[in-house]
Design a protein around this ligand. Structure first.
Ligand SMILES: [Zn+2]
Ligand SMILES: [Zn+2]
Length: 230
């Protein structure tokens, strides 16, 4: 597993799903920033990094709840500017609103559209997906080159469709999966055959954003290339 996780639970869990990796240029790349991730991030040695990014998948509270606080922490404690990355113009505007409501001065952080980071060797693009109807066309996953491997991180998603079209070179798939709740998330029993197919083509699967990690672990106990992120 090339990503480090700050949490792997879904909306009502204690630790919401968020992950990070570091680059050769002393950059810290974080995916989503719930409050539970902020609590862990502030205990890390963040001063060692030249640049800290937070890539936002979508604006549900369990993904951006700690963003405003973290931006303030980076500015006032680390004396740096956090770079927040929006996957689309719509999400860019929504993040701007969230930051304003939380009392952040626009001088305290950078907000970038993902297209402005296209030259980064570790960024392979963002992938639109379908999640909740209230955030229609505002939910995305990302493809990264992290620690020598090409990976896809779905963010919250109800479908694998757009990710399956972008699987070239992918070695690890980090995917939103629920045991009980389907609808706006992938249900494990429905997605399992597809995960096994991906295993056959050399992709290791990591289940995240779980509603019941113990139950998920039981369901995939016989499949060594399907892992439950704890
Ligand atoms: Zn979520
Ligand atoms: Zn969500």
């Amino acid at each position: 597993m090339v990503l480090n996780f700050l949490g792997s639970g879904s909306g009502f869990a204690d630790n919401h799903t968020s992950a990070y990796f570091t680059t050769n240029d002393k950059e810290l790349v974080i995916i989503d920033c719930p409050v539970s991730a902020f609590q862990k991030l502030k205990r890390m040695k963040l001063g060692d990094y030249e640049q800290i990014y937070v890539f936002v998948t979508h604006t549900h509270g369990d993904h951006v709840g700690g963003l405003g606080l973290f931006a303030q922490y980076v500015f006032f404690v680390l004396k740096k500017k956090l770079t927040i990355v929006a996957p689309s113009s719509d999400v860019f505007e929504d993040i701007l609103t969230i930051m304003k409501i939380e009392g952040n001065d626009s001088e305290w952080y950078n907000l970038e559209h993902v297209l402005n980071l296209a030259e980064k060797p570790w960024l392979k693009g963002c992938i639109p997906t379908v999640h909740s109807p209230q955030l229609e066309r505002k939910c995305f996953g990302y493809k990264f080159f992290a620690n020598g491997e090409t990976i896809i991180y779905t963010g919250d998603t109800a479908t694998l469709k757009h990710f399956l079209e972008r699987m070239e070179d992918v070695k690890e798939l980090y995917v939103d999966t629920s045991v009980y709740y389907g609808m706006i998330h992938l249900k494990l029993e429905d997605a399992l055959p597809k995960f096994l197919e991906l295993n056959q083509s050399g992709v290791e699967v990591f289940l995240m954003h779980l509603d019941d990690a113990n139950a998920a672990e039981k369901m995939v106990a016989n499949y060594p290339k399907i892992n439950v992120v704890r």
